[in-house]
Design a protein. Structure first.
Length: 230
């Protein structure tokens, strides 16, 4: 039965709605869970979080053995599951989070999402960059041992048109340049994409593979993984 026909699903309550340079972002509560909507597109909620945690865990596991205090850039703060997972792992060194929506940052700093991210934001390893991830990757000179990117519903389903450049040859080249030798790129997606796997190989990445997380309905969430050569 489709969700819209169910009577046991609570109606959403809008907690905040803001217009920004990238469009409208909305924070809603549905029962005990919170949802983030961008330009009318559902981004994520707090009902599960397994795949957002996998994004971090799989990246750490893919790094070369013996790497001490690796740095990670998390692209997209979202509801905070990925950041909280990274901060709970003492092996990570610097933890940077790129989030372009000031509203989302505020919901974590002084809103209801602080229940998820509060301890992580207080961690001295953590830093929030209020920047557009695509611009940051293109312009920064910083390098990271891992890029864990979750700013869209996947390479084939972007929140804004400009985000599509992240998955283009130029965008993947920028990702590769921002990684240290042997570094790992991890990209969250709401569905597998064989075309994106091939795009990663074409961009010079090796060890390309996909890890899946089953969901209650539909295709599994996935994390695409790829390594920069040493």
């Amino acid at each position: 039965m489709p969700d819209f026909a169910r009577t046991d699903v609570p109606a959403p309550v809008t907690l905040d709605r803001r217009d920004g340079p990238y469009g409208e972002v909305v924070l809603r509560r549905r029962g005990d869970d919170f949802e983030i909507i961008a330009n009318g597109c559902f981004l994520m909620d707090t009902s599960d979080g397994r795949s957002e945690r996998l994004l971090i865990d799989a990246a750490l596991a893919a790094l070369p053995a013996g790497r001490t205090a690796p740095s990670v850039l998390i692209g997209g703060l979202g509801v905070g599951f990925s950041l909280a997972r990274a901060a709970a792992e003492p092996r990570w060194g610097r933890i940077a989070v790129a989030e372009r929506e000031r509203a989302i940052v505020d919901w974590h700093l002084e809103g209801p999402l602080s229940a998820i991210s509060g301890a992580a934001l207080a961690d001295p390893r953590t830093g929030i960059l209020t920047v557009d991830l695509v611009d940051h990757l293109r312009t920064t000179t910083d390098r990271y041992d891992a890029l864990c990117l979750d700013i869209d519903n996947g390479p084939d389903w972007t929140v804004t048109e400009d985000n599509g450049t992240l998955y283009s040859p130029a965008g993947l080249a920028a990702c590769r340049e921002r990684l240290t030798p042997g570094g790992v790129l991890a990209v969250w997606s709401a569905q597998p994409s064989a075309d994106f796997e091939q795009a990663l190989r074409n961009a010079g990445f090796v060890g390309v593979r996909t890890e899946e997380v089953s969901v209650a309905r539909g295709v599994p969430d996935v994390v695409h993984l790829a390594l920069r050569t040493v």
